[in-house]
Design a protein around this ligand. Structure first.
Ligand SMILES: [Cu+2]
Length: 305
């Protein structure tokens, strides 16, 4: 779909360049030619010819040509029925300032990352929990507004595996620029494996102080499969597998995670997560140690004899 949109864009650019060249040529010709004296009738006829040609015929022809290419390109992004395969439904909800991603048929929930199968039509159902956001993955297709109280559906299909960048494309507040979506298209088998591993997630709670702090303060908003059921903030069940924290603010490595837990309000000012100034470095360190275990393999390794 993105390829067709790009073709239309390049055709429009070529045509606009042609118009610019012709208009500039006419202008230079008009400046340089010797003056000609016209009678009133003759002048009116020439005026009329330019108004009809340049003001009616040219725009009509241009718009018809644009629609002839634009409508089929736009149709490719409509959620129309497809023969054979059922499109995969994925729900993406915009929040200030992060992305909630749900796979309703398998109950899998993740955040700030959208994992897709290659070669299968996808119906991305977008909405918003607060203000208007816009879903945009330029390499995969057009953008679609995410409007509170409405569900818009965008049909996408990734033609090859790879990592793409998604970005909120509608100004949604001070951290709008820090609303990046990591999009990854996997081959069909790898995608099924990814989904099954997420569906099976069931973590044990953190031990000691970290467990207590998480239950009292974090679990009210964050869900971790098997531990907490909060649903106002990003689901953390597979946090350790995500490439970034804060929807693209810093890399999700050991140092980044510790820095995020301490400095999230200065790294991404205005987010809903309250400051942790009253927690000691030791406590945050233990919390980070446990958060780093939140990946699909945890349980299997722990239950292994
Ligand atoms: Cu935005």
């Amino acid at each position: 779909m993105a390829r067709e949109v790009a073709h239309v864009w390049w055709a429009m650019l070529a045509f606009a360049v042609l118009v610019l060249v012709v208009v500039s040529g006419l202008w230079i010709y008009a400046m340089l030619r010797p003056p000609r004296v016209l009678g009133a009738d003759q002048a009116r006829r020439i005026n009329l010819r330019w108004i009809i040609g340049g003001g009616i015929v040219l725009p009509t022809a241009s718009i018809v040509a644009l629609l002839a290419f634009g409508i089929p390109a736009g149709r490719g992004m409509l959620p129309l029925p497809v023969d054979g395969e059922q499109p995969l439904r994925i729900e993406v909800t915009g929040h200030q300032w992060w992305w909630e991603v749900r796979y309703p048929d398998s109950g899998v929930v993740t955040a700030n990352q959208l994992i897709l199968p290659v070669g299968r039509p996808l119906d991305i159902e977008v909405t918003s929990a607060d203000v208007i956001h816009s879903f945009w993955v330029p390499r995969l297709g057009g953008k679609l507004d995410m409007i509170p109280g409405r569900r818009n559906t965008l049909r996408l299909q990734a033609s090859e595996a790879g990592v793409f960048r998604g970005q909120c494309a509608e100004f949604c507040g001070s951290q709008h620029a820090h609303m990046i979506l990591h999009v990854e298209a996997l081959e069909a088998g790898a995608f099924e494996g990814w989904l099954d591993a997420r569906a099976a997630l069931d973590h044990p709670p953190a031990a000691g102080t970290a467990g207590q702090v998480f239950a009292e303060r974090c679990g009210q908003c964050h869900r971790v499969a098997g531990v907490s059921v909060g649903n106002r903030a990003p689901d953390l069940s597979d946090l350790a597998t995500r490439p970034t924290l804060g929807a693209g603010v810093i890399a999700n490595d050991s140092a980044g995670l510790r820095r995020w837990l301490r400095e999230h309000q200065s790294l991404k000012h205005g987010i809903a997560m309250p400051s942790h100034d009253d927690l000691s470095d030791a406590t945050l360190g233990q919390l980070a140690d446990w958060l780093e275990t939140l990946e699909p393999t945890t349980k299997q390794e722990q239950t292994r004899p």
